[in-house]
Write a protein that binds this ligand. Structure first.
Ligand code: SF4
Ligand code: SF4
Length: 222
């Protein structure tokens, strides 16, 4: 339903969302959440800090209120769900990630660095998702990587953790990056605050570099 998409997207953009997409995720959702076949994907052009998580959660509340008022069911997946120890959310996150909603909605693809890449903002969006049974018109899914002839992150990763494979819907993005190597390197480069540090594969990506506002450190590669 185009008007439903338009109304919610306008609202979220007016409240600060950078990009908003709608996806058909019926092929992915299973079990307890199988009835929630559509997803609203929200991207914010900020590093995933505590403040970013707060902003994304506020935007998710706007979505859930919008859906509740219209009688639809929904489930908001926390922006930082990969780090939550809560059992239900952990199980859910294994079945569903924000990257799936974002690629299915056509907002971008998974780059050779294993991160979500938007053509305009590159790997510099923090994502959140709301699953729902509302009849949103889905965008055209992107099903393979569009990095083209760029291999910058592969060439310059100091840990040699990024292989040259292209992502596709049939290839799990976990295969793209040797997470163990990346983590070992990042741990060896801890900041003064004790946090693991690198992020070169985010900062070097040519997509969205012109509008780079801040230097990124790697939040995750999973
Ligand atoms: S964060 Fe650094 S070490 Fe890890 S994959 Fe990216 S460039 Fe390589
Ligand atoms: S640096 Fe190049 S190869 Fe790596 S994710 Fe960005 S576009 Fe893809």
């Amino acid at each position: 339903m185009e008007s439903l998409n338009h109304e919610l997207k306008e609202l979220l953009i007016s409240l600060g969302a950078t990009v908003v997409g709608f996806a058909d995720v019926s092929m992915v959702v299973k079990g307890d959440i199988a009835h929630l076949k559509k997803a609203v994907s929200i991207g914010l052009n900020r590093r995933l800090t505590d403040r970013t998580i707060e902003i994304l959660e506020d935007l998710q509340k706007v979505v859930t209120l919008f859906l509740r008022k219209r009688g639809f069911r929904y489930l908001a997946i926390p922006p930082d769900s990969s780090k939550r120890s809560d059992k239900f959310i952990s199980r859910l996150y294994g079945l569903f990630t924000h990257k799936i909603a974002a690629t299915c909605s056509g907002l971008g693809w998974i780059g050779r660095n294993g991160l979500f890449i938007n053509p305009q903002y590159g790997p510099r969006l923090s994502l959140a998702t709301v699953l729902t049974d509302a009849p949103f018109e889905p965008g055209s899914p992107i099903e393979k990587g569009l990095c083209g002839s760029c291999f910058l992150c592969v060439r310059y990763c100091p840990a040699n953790a990024i292989n040259e494979k292209d992502w596709s819907i049939d290839r799990p993005y976990e295969e793209l990056v040797d997470i163990k190597r990346c983590e070992e390197y990042r741990r060896s480069r801890k900041t003064i605050s004790g946090k693991p540090n690198c992020g070169l594969c985010i900062n070097i990506c040519p997509f969205g570099r012109k509008i780079l506002k801040e230097v990124y450190v790697c939040q995750n590669t999973g």
